[in-house]
Design a protein around this ligand. Structure first.
Ligand SMILES: NC(=O)c1ccc[n+]([C@@H]2O[C@H](COP(=O)([O-])OP(=O)(O)OC[C@H]3O[C@@H](n4cnc5c(N)ncnc54)[C@H](OP(=O)(O)O)[C@@H]3O)[C@@H](O)[C@H]2O)c1
Length: 430
């Protein structure tokens, strides 16, 4: 008779329900696959009286203590979300000698290292594949298959809501507000879309990706973040004219022993593989010294795609339990690389300026940029109204502080009516 490994779910919402149903689908083959049966013994929810399709009510509890004090439960799968009480429950589960699987990016991006240390000190597994890009396997590859590389760049589209909105704006010419309403109607965006459209959700994922890729301590608050709310159909049109697509990109690079991280709308050259990742799809692009380039693409959210990653982690933890070798793979910040100061970061920029339509304005704009060490790579000038024109510039790679100095001067020039947009342009790593 094969052994049964018992696990508990904290949460039976979108992902928790998906995990329960996916394990049911695989039930018949688990003993052959793993050498043991896997059973979800107990499920913590806020309201145990609420009917939940496919979940036996006798498994539900509203008391975490029922799980913590059950010696049969080896693995706690945290799918509640948020920091409190999820952090406390994960800490208590580890203290009680239980392995943890979680999909919680908020928790990992802020407290991943302390939780990983606690797990490692006790020889326990803490796995969190689903916390970044949902169903796409990217964290385990970074921690295992790609370990032979010096990874120097990880960048991606790690928020499906904003990718859906930008795809609609690009393909249909829809403005931001309408595309957001459509995303909400289709269930791709929350009623309160702030975490998605302001880039906060992506920033949490970038912190986790950078920590793993560069073996260094990067948390959510280290990631400068700009959302997509100011992107206009006009910018998307100019980007297209100049050979680019605008995407919300999370980026982590290591250059000269320093880490650069950020989330912002970015103009991506049409030939780059990320430029054709559309709708609610996610993708993560990785560069390693041995691997060269690779891209991981797929579904970044949803009950079954996310359950796919959670169940994969659950099977990996169970295998290690059966082999008696838990705690092998972990978040380990042994390199401890510092973060690059923001002003020293060098990027290319797209600028859209609304100016008075008079002779010599283009020369004045070019003069201010040149005097501040900002080289110009492409420029377009367009008439808007009788006395109003628009100048669009793509710069060379320049230090951010030089760009900011030039923008301050533009702000004080009466012939410049406004700086309508500043968007980062992707450039290859130097
Ligand atoms: N949804 C996705 O596609 C997706 C993708 C990747 C990662 N994730 C991550 O997965 C996690 C879960 O997301 P979700 O979309 O499944 O959330 P959800 O649908 O809101 O479900 C949350 C579940 O947790 C339970 N819960 C919440 N707070 C609780 C508390 N204090 N005590 C007991 N139970 C509590 C809820 O119980 P009740 O049902 O009784 O309210 C509910 O069953 C989050 O960390 C999220 O970031 C989600």
């Amino acid at each position: 008779m094969a052994r049964t490994i018992h696990a508990a779910l904290l949460g039976a919402g979108t992902v928790g329900g998906g995990v329960y149903r996916l394990l049911e689908r695989r039930e018949g083959e688990m003993v052959n696959k793993l050498g043991a049966a896997l059973e979800i013994k107990t499920i913590l929810v806020r309201d145990a009286k609420k009917p939940r399709a496919g979940i036996p009510p006798e498994k539900l509890t509203e008391r975490f203590e029922d799980i913590l004090s059950d010696p049969e439960i080896d693995i706690v799968i945290e799918l509640m979300g948020g920091i409190d009480p999820a952090k406390r429950y994960v800490e208590e589960a580890l203290a009680a000698g239980k392995h943890v699987v979680t999909a919680n990016k908020d928790l990992l991006a802020e407290h991943g290292f302390e939780l990983a240390e606690t797990a490692a000190a006790r020889g326990l597994d803490l796995r969190f594949e689903a916390s970044v890009a949902g169903g796409i396997p990217i964290l385990t590859p970074l921690m295992t298959c790609l370990e032979g590389n010096d990874i120097t760049e990880v960048m991606g589209i790690v928020n499906g809501t904003t990718n859906f909105i930008l795809t609609r704006m690009t393909n249909e010419g829809t403005d931001f507000a309408d595309a957001l309403r459509e995303a909400q109607a289709l269930g791709f965006a929350e009623a309160d879309p702030t975490a998605d459209v302001e880039g906060l959700d992506a920033a949490r994922k970038v912190a986790i990706l950078a920590s793993l890729a560069f073996h260094s301590h990067v948390t959510f608050s280290d990631v400068p973040t700009v959302g997509i709310t100011k992107i206009t159909a006009k910018d998307i049109g100019y980007a297209r004219e100049m050979g680019y697509v605008i995407k919300l990109i999370g980026i982590a690079r290591s250059t000269n022993g320093e880490i650069e991280v950020g989330v912002s709308p970015m103009m991506i050259p049409k030939r780059h593989p990320l430029a054709s990742v559309n709708d609610s799809f996610n993708a993560v692009f990785v560069h390693g010294d041995a691997l060269d380039d690779a891209m991981f693409q797929g579904r970044g959210a949803g009950a079954f795609p996310t359950a796919s990653a959670v169940v994969g982690d659950l099977i990996a933890v169970s295998r290690d339990i059966l082999a008696g070798c838990n705690g092998r793979v972990r978040l380990n910040p042994y390199r401890g690389l510092p973060l690059q100061s923001r002003g020293n970061a060098a990027h290319r920029f797209y600028l859209r300026l609304r100016v008075e339509d008079r002779p010599g304005i283009l020369a004045s704009v070019a003069g201010v940029l040149g005097n501040n060490d900002v080289g110009i790579s492409q420029v377009i000038q367009k008439q808007r109204t009788e006395d109003d024109a628009e100048i669009v510039v793509i710069t060379d790679r320049v230090q951010t502080r030089h760009m900011e100095d030039a923008l301050t001067i533009f702000g004080s020039m009466s012939v410049i009516r406004d700086v309508s947009s500043v968007i980062r342009v992707y450039s290859e790593k130097p």
